[in-house]
Ligand binder design. Structure first.
Ligand SMILES: Nc1ncnc2c1ncn2[C@@H]1O[C@H](COP(=O)(O)OP(=O)(O)OP(=O)(O)O)[C@@H](O)[C@H]1O
Ligand SMILES: [Mg+2]
Length: 257
């Protein structure tokens, strides 16, 4: 597989009125096309900074970021982002939120409706197409946000703790749904989380960062079933998965601030 994203010699400093903050150490990483990479590390180590740079929202102080071999100079349609803070429009129904990017891109109505209907099915939102965000639960709103980013069909999806604000039960469902969605669409995904289980459950490869200024201290390949999908029952009863999750937990705990 070719490298979809390539980060080399990345380092970032924030300049503030009271001086400069070094957000990250030197980071090199590559993500292959179709790969699901998760990133864990202590709070403040520079995860969001790295993701924003890949998204093109922030210009690195040092280093280069390439997407398909082309330098990232700003946000682009081939890179979709899902942030922790909800980014859905309260005055639009579920259907029209998910189709929003497609409307902006002037995708023909029939094609737009087909894409939206497929995502509503994949994300378990059937029956709620014409509801407004305030009529949904937090987990459902989060699913709408994920579906909206997916609908625009970016090649790369960058997710920064997208499930952090939902309750633990809903989160398990969302993680399984995301796993299914990925298996069905083969996107390249870069996903930040504080949850070690979530990181191992979803990933083809887990990256662990040191404390700030963060660098990548470890990388673990996660063997996946041929179907690509996962469910929590088999994950929790699989000794290999539990062993890997334990290893990642140790690596993360050693970086506690
Ligand atoms: N706009 C900014 N101006 C100044 N400093 C910033 C800015 N954004 C982030 N920082 C600093 O850079 C460091 C890394 O921040 P970042 O948000 O990347 O961390 P993180 O790993 O995503 O943390 P968390 O897990 O808490 O979300 C932190 O020390 C933070 O205080
Ligand atoms: Mg962050």
């Amino acid at each position: 597989m070719a490298d979809k994203i390539e980060v080399s010699g990345f380092r970032h400093f924030f300049r503030t009125e009271i001086g400069s903050v070094q957000a990250t150490g030197t980071i090199d990483l590559s993500i292959k096309a179709g790969e699901f990479v998760t990133l864990v590390g202590p709070s403040g180590c520079g995860k969001t900074t790295l993701l924003k740079a890949i998204a093109g929202f922030l210009t690195p102080s040092e280093g280069n970021i390439l997407c398909d071999g082309i330098p990232v100079r700003g946000p682009g349609r081939e890179r979709g982002v899902v942030f922790q803070e909800l980014a859905i429009l309260p005055w639009r129904t579920v259907r029209r939120n998910i189709g929003h990017g497609l409307e902006i891109a002037r995708v023909p109505k029939a094609e737009r409706e087909a894409t939206v209907a497929r995502l509503i099915g994949l994300m378990g939102l059937g029956g709620f197409e014409d509801r407004y965000p305030h009529e949904l639960s937090g987990g459902m709103r989060q699913r709408v946000a994920v579906a909206r980013t997916w609908a625009a069909d970016p090649e790369v999806i960058l997710m920064d703790e997208p499930f952090a604000a939902v309750d633990a039960m809903t989160r398990l469902t969302l993680q399984e749904e995301l796993g299914r969605l990925c298996a069905a669409t083969r996107k390249t995904v870069f996903f930040i989380t504080h949850s070690v289980d979530e990181a191992v459950f979803l990933a083809d490869r887990v990256l662990v960062m040191t404390r700030r200024p963060g660098t990548i201290k470890a990388e673990l390949e996660i063997p996946r079933s041929a179907s690509g999908g996962r469910d929590w029952d088999s994950f929790t009863s699989d000794p290999l998965m539990q062993k890997i999750a334990g290893d990642v937990m140790h690596l993360v705990h050693a970086e506690r601030v």
